[in-house]
Design a protein around this ligand. Structure first.
Ligand SMILES: Cc1cc2nc3c(=O)[nH]c(=O)nc-3n(C[C@H](O)[C@H](O)[C@H](O)COP(=O)(O)OP(=O)(O)OC[C@H]3O[C@@H](n4cnc5c(N)ncnc54)[C@H](O)[C@@H]3O)c2cc1C
Length: 444
């Protein structure tokens, strides 16, 4: 059972009574009905790539892991209605491929897409690198099929692009992290597949330039921006060292990867080169490289997508999945760098993430050379980061969810009324508290 009871970050090693892998919705309903009658707590699991410790059981050995990985049918793809209906265990990469075969695009995309499942992406409301253009999983969610805590099946698999009939129950399950029911299938929105793609990797001297570069990109290429990803200079050095990669530009304190997409390739490279020339002229960027072919696009993207893996290899990771108003990203980077350098000079501050959403993973790595445990400064580091985020009007959880890592923060930082509403929703859908207990909401 090892792979099912240990989370991707290796932060939590639980124990389970058993791992169940139902292969049909009817089998899921039977499992849930049985657990309901016998008072057995259930931990839904997809690809187990979540970063908030929510997909693995606690240490009691009493919980049951229910894996969706055998629920793998694509039920329909419709390039006229622009929808795809698929079962929860299909991976995000497989969905992208099925949409591509139908001449459309499933736009959700992130580094774990080869293992992360549709059910997991819905349940965590995953964002990723194209959220700046297409939104997060919730924005793409048209309908869901859910097996409820008592074993009843709700078929809400509508593929309508407008449906205002009452409360949008489907949205409750987006970001619910397995605490309200098991998503067995979802209907997702597709978008037209762009024919043109242009990717550039840039270098910037200081934090102020990061904000200025985003503002210029928005002004010149608004409708074409598919991604604008931030990587720190130290993060670039680390990924080159750990993963054996090469940088396409002169090394700097900050880097931004830009991808433009459009219905036609005509003029797209010119648009990108034009904005880069303007940014160079204004001193906003200090260097840039435009990918000349698909191999170079992939090589540029690896520098960003391998950040998580490189940091995992470098030592103990303190992750802060935060977002601030986009206009304040430069300030966030500058303030965190200064405050952490003063308080914890031995740690590596390695922010990266989705600049266009204001969502920066303000990660801090305790180098392996300092020893693995204990980590006395982890709480202090989190306090420094979250105080700065709060002062800038941001959030402590942008896209990875609450899981078990942030239940205390949720309790502390969200208003009592908001928490009360969340508890009432939980009680309405899971009165016995058997769905992924202790995740999202702290166990009383
Ligand atoms: C290298 C790497 C990069 C990542 N990059 C991003 C990123 O850019 N953006 C982003 O948003 N996230 C990112 N993630 C985290 C992301 O949340 C997960 O990868 C993904 O969304 C979870 O899918 P999963 O199938 O692995 O779910 P799991 O990890 O198995 O589960 C995650 C949560 O969802 C619940 N769950 C799973 N399946 C179901 C279901 N069918 N019904 C109900 N609940 C369910 C689980 O109980 C748990 O609470 C990254 C992760 C890694 C490892």
């Amino acid at each position: 059972m090892a792979g099912y009871v240990t989370d991707w970050r290796d932060l939590y090693r639980g124990r389970a009574r058993c791992v169940l892998r139902p292969a049909s919705v009817a089998e899921f309903a039977d499992v849930m009905a049985y657990c309901h009658v016998h008072g057995i707590a259930v931990v839904p699991q997809g690809g187990n790539t979540g970063l908030a410790g929510a997909a693995v059981p606690d240490g009691s050995g009493q919980q049951v892991v229910v894996s969706t990985t055998r629920l793998r049918q694509i039920r329909s793809v419709d390039a006229v209605d622009m929808s795809i209906v698929a079962e929860a265990g299909i991976t995000i990469a497989e969905l992208q491929s099925a949409a591509g075969d139908a001449g459309a695009l499933f736009p959700l995309s992130f580094a774990a897409e080869g293992s992360a499942t549709l059910g997991g992406a819905v349940a965590t409301n995953a964002g990723g690198t194209a959220a700046v253009r297409y939104g997060s999983a919730r924005d793409l969610l048209l309908g869901v099929e859910v097996v409820l805590a008592d074993g009843r099946v709700w078929n809400g698999l509508r593929t309508l692009h407008k449906d205002n009939a009452g409360y949008a129950l489907r949205h409750l399950f987006a970001g619910s992290e397995g605490t309200l029911g098991i998503v067995t299938a979802a209907a997702m929105r597709l978008v037209p597949r762009p024919a043109g793609r242009a990717v550039a990797f840039t270098a910037l001297a200081d934090e102020a330039a990061v904000g200025a570069f985003w503002a210029l990109l928005r002004a010149r290429c608004a409708g074409a921006i598919r991604a604008a990803e931030y990587i720190s200079g130290h993060g670039l050095a680390l990924v080159m060292h750990e993963m054996g990669l090469r940088a396409p530009v002169a090394r700097a304190a900050h880097h931004v990867l830009v991808e433009l997409n459009a219905a036609s390739a005509d003029g797209l490279c010119d648009l990108l080169e034009g904005v880069l020339a303007e940014a160079l002229e204004q001193g906003i960027i200090t260097d840039a490289a435009v990918a000349q072919n698909e191999d170079q696009c992939a090589a540029f993207w690896r520098l960003r997508e391998d950040q998580t893996e490189a940091q995992k290899r470098a030592g103990v990771n303190y992750k802060h999945d935060i977002a601030v108003p986009i206009s304040r990203v430069g300030e966030l980077l500058a303030r965190c760098r200064a405050a952490l350098a003063q308080r914890c000079p031995d740690l590596l501050v390695l922010p990266f993430g989705h600049l266009g959403d204001g969502n920066i993973h303000m990660n801090v790595v305790r180098p392996a050379a300092l020893g693995a445990a204990p980590h006395p400064e982890e709480g202090e580091v989190a306090g420094v980061v979250h105080d700065i985020v709060a002062a800038l009007g941001g959030t402590f959880s942008a896209e990875h969810g609450i899981g078990r890592t942030k239940t205390d923060l949720l309790e502390t930082l969200r208003p009592a009324v908001e928490l009360d509403l969340m508890r009432r929703i939980k009680a309405a859908l899971d009165p016995a508290g058997l769905m992924n207990p202790g995740k999202v909401l702290r166990q009383e």
